[in-house]
Design a protein around this ligand. Structure first.
Ligand SMILES: *Cc1c(COP(=O)(O)O)cnc(C)c1O
Length: 523
């Protein structure tokens, strides 16, 4: 023995996550168990320096060990808020019990949104820095078109500065006033642009999407009988298009099945009703299909995505989510040159050149790299597993969440978490505030406050879903962070009976969740 026989395993600082270190330990253990069959090496060249040594190895039938962790390491770090619990109690009071109004530096783990919060890769930053600032038709535009045509199978690629810009243009060119747009639940900006264009929105999502306790695996699906019934009632020419969202955000990141996309397109295409995807979370939806549909277990994300998009005529995308960039969007059409002509006309008026959509060449450079990285099976698998892991930790502690766990967010069911608080005392708003005080984790309310008041009766809408949303940014947090989030929520759950409701002290007329201020009812 002696020093010459040691193998140092040296740990760089702030580079690997605890889970990666555990995986390394497991790999060593796995090798140790098989030590009797590890063959010796035979030196073939020697020298005074270890990098001069060469050995001959012999084949050994060892069990392979697959490291199960995120497929990247930490490159740059960002410090986070570290207030004490008492300081957080004062901070949330100063913010009127509204997590939107907290200072971001006072937040330790920020789960407010997954929009524009992704960590970019070194490849993306390198491309960002290297992009030449040209007025139009940059090489980066050409690359973007190439990458997106390949990823989507769509011919016409139109960059926009955000998702809502693409939604605005699509709504304006496709909707005649009075026409119906059918969609699976809705997204705020999407529905608003459809209505501004004179459209009437009809929700045709499956019923299970409205039930937080249902464990149906495809809660994003369109209900075909509902869809057919509206077409029959109004006639196909009265339907502007189908607005078909992947990984439905407002339902909790719930996926659409491949069979459902195929069936919807099969019904609509012969009637000449266009189908447009809101493909903002297309890769997460593809990953759910890979995992939950046995036909696709062995198909890679790239191929699943191509098939998904075949069942549509085009798409809008907010690049701030799955594309792993923090600004940008996309409007794309499969092959319709007329729509493309109309869309590019509006793009020039509202956005910028047809070759940049108002973005810089540097932003375009990040998008094309982000799309390539989004399609890496190991990345998207780890991404969705992380969200599911948080869901699993909460379920194991009997915390009421919307099931099954979605791909980008976990939703707490505040009606079951705080059953003693009436909905007009805003249990989800209070729960989000309490989680911040307990742990420094920022979440947001999706319930009675967000939904607003019925203008006719003046009463709160009291929606069926009273939720707190924990949204996971991409590539930012580790499994340890998720454990800390779960542990904090479990501690709040243990003292839930002491928690009281809130009342408004300032109630804005519109979108009251952004600026509204509250005080505890007991004060
Ligand atoms: C974020 C989002 C949008 C809007 O995109 P922006 O880039 O924020 O304008 C549209 N649809 C869905 C599903 C989204 O999540």
């Amino acid at each position: 023995m002696g020093r010459d026989n040691l193998v140092p395993v040296q740990i760089p600082r702030q580079v690997l996550t605890n889970r990666q270190l555990e995986s390394i330990a497991d790999a060593i253990i796995s090798l140790y168990r098989q030590r009797d069959v590890v063959p010796a090496l035979e030196p073939v060249r020697e020298g005074p320096w270890c990098d001069q040594m060469r050995y001959r190895g012999f084949f050994a039938d060892l069990e392979p060990y697959e490291i199960d962790s995120i497929p990247y390491v930490i490159h740059t770090i960002e410090r986070v808020g570290r207030l004490s619990q008492e300081e957080r109690r004062l901070a949330i009071r100063a913010a009127g019990y509204n997590t939107f109004l907290l200072r971001s530096v006072d937040v330790t783990i920020d789960l407010l949104t997954d929009s524009g919060t992704s960590a970019m890769s070194t490849d993306q930053w390198a491309a960002y820095d290297a992009a030449r600032a040209t007025p139009c038709t940059s090489d980066e535009y050409r690359r973007l078109v190439h990458v997106l045509r390949d990823a989507t199978g769509y011919q016409h690629i139109i960059p926009t500065h955000q998702g809502r810009a693409a939604e605005h243009i699509l709504s304006q060119i496709m909707i005649k006033p009075g026409q119906i747009v059918q969609g699976n639940m809705y997204f705020t900006t999407t529905k608003l642009h459809q209505e501004l264009a004179g459209g009437v929105f009809a929700d045709v999502i499956v019923e299970a999407a409205h039930d937080p306790t249902s464990t149906y695996p495809w809660k994003g699906n369109i209900d075909l009988p509902k869809l057919r019934q509206i077409v029959e009632q109004h006639g196909p020419e009265q339907i502007a298009y189908i607005s078909f969202e992947h990984s439905v955000n407002m339902a909790g990141g719930q996926p659409v099945s491949m069979d459902n996309m195929r069936a919807v397109y099969g019904l609509c295409a012969p009637l000449r009703i266009p189908v447009f995807f809101d493909a903002t979370r297309m890769a997460e939806n593809a990953r759910m299909i890979q995992k939950r549909d046995p036909h696709y277990h062995d198909t890679n994300i790239r191929d699943i995505l191509r098939e998904m998009l075949m069942y549509g005529d085009g798409c809008t995308v907010s690049g701030k989510k799955d594309f792993l960039i923090n600004i940008g969007g996309l409007l794309a059409f499969r092959d319709n040159a007329e729509w493309t002509y109309d869309a590019e006309h509006l793009l020039r008026i509202y956005e910028g050149n047809t070759t940049d959509g108002g973005l810089s060449a540097a932003d375009l450079a990040c998008i094309s790299r982000g799309v390539e990285e989004m399609l890496d099976d190991r990345y998207i698998g780890a991404r969705v597993r992380q969200t599911e892991a948080l869901g699993q930790m909460l379920l194991e502690a009997d915390i009421p969440i919307v099931t099954p766990p979605g791909s980008h967010a976990i939703f707490l069911d505040a009606k079951r978490f705080l059953p003693h608080i009436d909905q007009d005392a805003f249990p989800a708003q209070r729960l989000a505030a309490e989680i911040y005080v307990e742990t420094g984790v920022r979440a947001m309310e999706r319930g009675n406050v967000s939904k607003g008041r019925n203008p006719k009766t003046g009463e709160n809408y009291r929606p069926s879903l009273e939720l707190v949303r924990l949204t996971i940014p991409r590539r930012v947090y580790t499994r340890d962070h998720m454990r800390a989030v779960a542990d904090g929520i479990i501690r709040v759950y243990q003292r839930r009976e002491e928690i009281e409701g809130l009342r408004f002290v300032y109630e804005p007329e519109k979108l009251r969740f952004f600026q509204g201020r509250f005080a505890p009812i007991e004060e």
